[in-house]
Design a protein. Structure first.
Lengths: 121, 149
């Protein structure tokens, strides 16, 4: 008699427990979505900044400024510039590969710029 | 007595669930507003800086001129024949542009609005034109050196 009573009460609790479980799963999914959304937004901001900084560095290179020998840091990563020379009949062609690398080592953006320099300049 | 206790527990459970829902909704709203604000900043950055960058890229240094605008420095990009120019300047909290004859005075009310900004500054450093806005900074290489009126 007692066992039947306990079984009946437990059976009564099953919808409630199911409801709580579904609720917890939904909350967890939503929280996960929020965290992922914040992460995507942060990465978009980082990439946006990297693109702008690379473009700025490319413009400086085109203007004839000396490129930094060591990586330049920015919030969330650093920018490296690799300059190579190619001899041409009346001067030389300078190529710069400007790369933005995140703190965890991923390449965020790469930009190639070139400048022609006449001999004697 | 037992019924009262179970009712109280049920009430407590509903309270916890409602509190969790409220916290989740508040977190979601806060995150959404944060994402929107960040998106707006990035959008303005791309609009303002890239717009000026792409406009100035097509002009040689002697046709890129900094002049006094309605509110601060104005960028003037002169056409090849020297009769018309594209003006980019800051006015009443927004970046504006107008294409008009060189001799005509600025007409901010009739200009085209690019985007809203809190600040817009232009400076020249040799061949480099520097743009500083509240959204970021950008430099543009002007071959032949930028002029200043």
């Amino acid at each position: 008699m007692n066992e039947t009573k306990i079984g009946g009460r437990l059976l009564h609790l099953v919808p409630m427990i199911l409801f709580v479980l579904v609720f917890v799963v939904c909350c967890g999914t939503l929280a996960g979505l929020f965290v992922r959304s914040a992460d995507v937004s942060a990465r978009a901001g980082q990439k946006n900044q990297a693109v702008q900084l690379c473009r700025n560095q490319a413009e400086r290179f085109r203007a004839g400024e000396e490129m930094p020998g060591s990586p330049v840091s920015f919030a969330g990563g650093e920018i490296t510039v690799a300059v190579s020379r190619e001899d041409c009949p009346a001067g030389k062609m300078l190529h710069a590969e400007i790369t933005a690398i995140s703190e965890d080592g991923n390449i965020l953006y790469t930009l190639n710029a070139a400048r022609y320099v006449l001999d004697g300049r | 007595m037992k019924k009262d206790r179970s009712s109280l527990l049920l009430l407590l459970l509903y309270g916890v669930l409602i509190a969790a829902l409220l916290i989740l909704a508040a977190a979601g709203a806060k995150l959404y507003s944060h994402v929107l604000a960040a998106r707006q900043v990035h959008s303005h950055q791309r609009l303002a800086l890239s717009y000026v960058q792409s406009q100035a890229a097509g002009f040689s240094g002697d046709r890129v001129i900094l002049a006094e605008g309605p509110e601060g420095t104005m960028l003037c990009l002169k056409e090849a024949d020297g009769t018309f120019e594209t003006r980019i300047y800051y006015y009443a909290g927004s970046l504006r542009t107008e294409f008009c004859p060189v001799e005509r005075a600025c007409n901010p009310e009739g200009s085209q609005r690019i985007c809203d900004l809190e600040s817009f500054e232009l400076t020249r450093e040799g061949n480099l034109l520097r743009i500083v806005t509240d959204c970021g900074e950008s430099v543009i290489c002007c071959y032949g050196g930028a002029a200043h009126e």
